[in-house]
Design a protein around this ligand. Structure first.
Ligand SMILES: [Zn+2]
Length: 309
């Protein structure tokens, strides 16, 4: 039986071999494009008794495929230098990825996974699993970094998919350690252990003399250009503001610094009755928030993930 013709670019004029789908559609394919990406196809055309050596349609070898036309069309489009097909659901993804694995088309895995991720809602932790399943180094790095946008409990919840079986305990643990190290580094910015990053000595909340009845604490700041532990007085309203940021980071992860609410702190500083603090507070609150966001971004850049496939 001569099958129905496939659509462009798999039409008669363009190919030098015919791949016939199991539902009878003929795909005229440029042999070199599939040979380059698939050792299985290379074997088909190099071994003396392979199917490709025996059957011809005119001058073109014909290979009967077990894949149906829709699957073959998608797979071949990933081989060709054309717009890759949009994979819009998990079943199609498994079919196309499974076929690519069957033909050992490793260089296509990245494009296939990318099409799936671009056209579906795929959490970063699921992307991290895909990266390890298909050995995609850059995706492992990028997806792990996106995981940092979530709290640890969100991350653990999102990773509870059937596909987690593709991830070794070792690589799952690496993601959690990477996430924890980043969260710890960010928490240290606000939990009172080290405020050297925020140049606290320039703020009214440190230098204003109204502090007499407020909180005092030892913090690590630069004093006269020399870094070291100094005891400074914090305005209570400021101390409470930082504590609220710390709580938000604990609940929602360090990305909570992108949504710092200054309204309570602004109300508190008015209630404190100090005109100097009041005049400086709004500008300083925003300045502190900006500096904190910059530091969190810096911790993100410095976070290091171990990967080996
Ligand atoms: Zn004051």
């Amino acid at each position: 039986m001569v099958g129905v013709l496939a659509s462009e670019p798999f039409i008669e004029g363009y190919g030098d071999i015919i791949l016939r789908s199991c539902d009878g559609v003929d795909f005229h394919v440029c042999k070199c494009l599939v040979l380059v990406v698939s050792p299985i196809f290379r074997d088909m055309f190099s071994l003396p008794h392979s199917p490709a050596a025996n059957r011809y349609e005119g001058t073109k070898p014909v290979i009967d495929m077990q894949e149906d036309a829709s699957l073959l069309d998608a797979l071949l489009r990933f081989c060709y230098p054309v717009e890759p097909p949009k994979i819009t659901n998990q079943d199609d993804f498994e079919r196309v990825a499974g076929a690519a694995q069957k033909f050992e088309m490793e260089s296509l895995y990245g494009r296939i996974v990318d099409s799936f991720i671009s056209n579906n809602i795929v959490y970063p932790s699921e992307q991290y699993i895909l990266a390890h399943r298909f050995k995609l180094h850059q995706l492992a790095i990028d997806s792990a970094e996106k995981c940092l946008d979530y709290s640890l409990s969100e991350l653990v919840g999102q990773a509870q998919t059937p596909d987690i079986t593709y991830l070794s305990a070792r690589n799952y643990n690496r993601l959690l350690q990477y996430h924890r190290a980043y969260c710890d580094a960010c928490t240290r910015l606000v939990d009172g252990r080290d405020f050297s990053w925020c140049h606290a000595e320039k703020y009214a909340f440190v230098v204003c003399p109204c502090a007499d009845n407020d909180e005092t604490m030892g913090i690590d700041i630069e004093v006269g250009g020399e870094r070291g532990l100094a005891t400074v007085s914090w305005r209570k309203w400021w101390f409470n503001h930082v504590s609220r940021i710390e709580e938000a980071m604990e609940a929602r992860g360090p990305s909570a610094v992108n949504h710092i609410d200054v309204s309570q702190a602004a109300a508190d500083v008015i209630a404190s009755g100090c005109q100097r603090c009041r005049d400086a507070a709004i500008v300083e609150l925003h300045d502190f928030g900006r500096a904190l966001r910059w530091e969190v971004k810096n911790k993100r850049r410095m976070a290091r993930l171990e990967i080996d496939f």
